[in-house]
Design a protein around this ligand. Structure first.
Ligand code: ZN
Length: 167
């Protein structure tokens, strides 16, 4: 297994729209293992393939306290959305910044598992946020896109400052 490099905003590759996965082979299994390792090493709760510069519709998530409930969704599609919630989101591609984003409270998602079987996942609360956030990445969207230009500018400036301070 290996830890992959995570792209950081404003890297233009984060705007790439991912293509569906059509081959479910050992290479895909290896990639998922690397995605999990990268997410856990970075202390993240979710990671989209786009963030590691692989433009396939693959995402992983683990919102559990003990970091032992890994979820992988391949070719995820939202079938149903319900309700609304505001949740403070962060992102491994935006180190050190957080912002409130409004999203659906519940989602019902159709996806493939690593073997290519179709699965249906129903999520609510934080996991629903995470799935919507990661699916956005695969469409070339990032969470600050939802903020007002003023708020976005403020946060990005803060991120830049922190980046310089830690360099
Ligand atoms: Zn993210």
């Amino acid at each position: 297994m290996s830890i992959l490099t995570i792209l950081e905003f404003p890297d233009p590759r984060l705007r790439t729209v991912a293509a569906p996965v059509t081959v479910f082979d050992a290479e895909l299994k290896q990639f998922l293992a690397d995605m999990y390792e990268t997410m856990y090493a970075a202390n993240g709760v979710g990671l989209a393939a786009t963030q590691v510069n692989v433009h396939k519709r693959v995402l992983v998530a683990d919102m559990s306290e003990d970091r032992n409930e890994p979820l992988a969704l391949i070719n995820a599609e939202i079938l149903e959305k319900d309700g609304q919630q505001v949740y403070q989101e962060g992102c491994l591609s935006f180190p050190g910044i957080y912002a409130d984003v409004t999203r659906a409270l519940k989602v019902k998602v159709k996806a493939h598992d690593v073997d290519g079987n179709e699965i249906i996942v129903e999520a609510e609360g934080p996991l629903a946020v995470c799935i919507q956030h990661e699916m956005d990445h695969l469409a070339g969207k990032v969470f600050v896109d939802y903020l007002s230009p003023l708020k976005r500018g403020m946060l990005l400036k803060r991120m830049e400052k922190q980046r310089k301070a830690s360099a």
